[in-house]
Design a binder for this molecule. Sequence first.
Ligand code: DGL
Length: 282
Amino acid sequence: MEAEPNPAASPARTRPIGVFDSGIGGLTVVSALRKILPNESIFYLGDTARVPYGGKSAATVERYSTEMIAMLLEEDCKTVVVACNTASALALPRLEALSPVPVLGVIRPGAEAAVSATRNGQIGVIGTRATIKSGAYERALRELDPALLVTARACPLFVPLIEEGWLDGEITERVVRQYLEPLVAEGIDTLVLGCTHYPLLRQTIGNFLGDAIALVDSAQNCARAVMHLLDAEALHAGGNETGHLAVALTDPPDAFLEVAQAALHFEIGAVQLRQVLHPSKP
Ligand code: DGL
């Protein structure tokens, strides 16, 4: 008979947490993870060769995501975080089915946090076109509470504004108002930032909405869900471990990496490059 694995001695605990996103936006999840799990090493993979995923079909997002998770498994990750709302909305069941390690998406943790935050049961959700079209947030929210009123809206201009570093200023404020006014008119008291880029717009969105509307940030809630998963699976790195961050991209970094580092207040060392099998067409 095989010996029972001893979780305390398992080398799995020192393996990295794998995190992937369509690009750089998932670094908001890395930032949240590093704050609450400083002993954990993280291997981040951004599919910058094929970003954005948000306007692509479900089949394409599933194919790209499958390739991303395979690369993270090659890095011997002990768990995989899908730090992309679009990939979580469209590909999570497939990724869960093929992965030998636990896979966690951002939708369920965001939905749970929204249900805890709302007082009037009226929740707004914003995200990419693909995320909103998938109805993944509505399903997750209604599973938790069928009586909720959910208003969802795609905000496709937010990602390019963020990637240009236009996190505030007149134009960004006008775009925020244009997208969010109808949600405010619906009477929402909670807004889910259903895209991993959007925490970088938190200040501008918060200024427009004011204190009466709670903002639910998928990055922070996902990081808490990872912490609970590591607890449940006895996969935490020891308290004496120093967590390292490795960042790999499928295309060399552009200016957005600087924007993200400055906004998130953390330094990324040398970026590794990985090649994807099916780069997107020019
Ligand atoms: N990371 C994506 C998300 O969270 C946004 C960027 C994209 O469209 O790929 O939905």
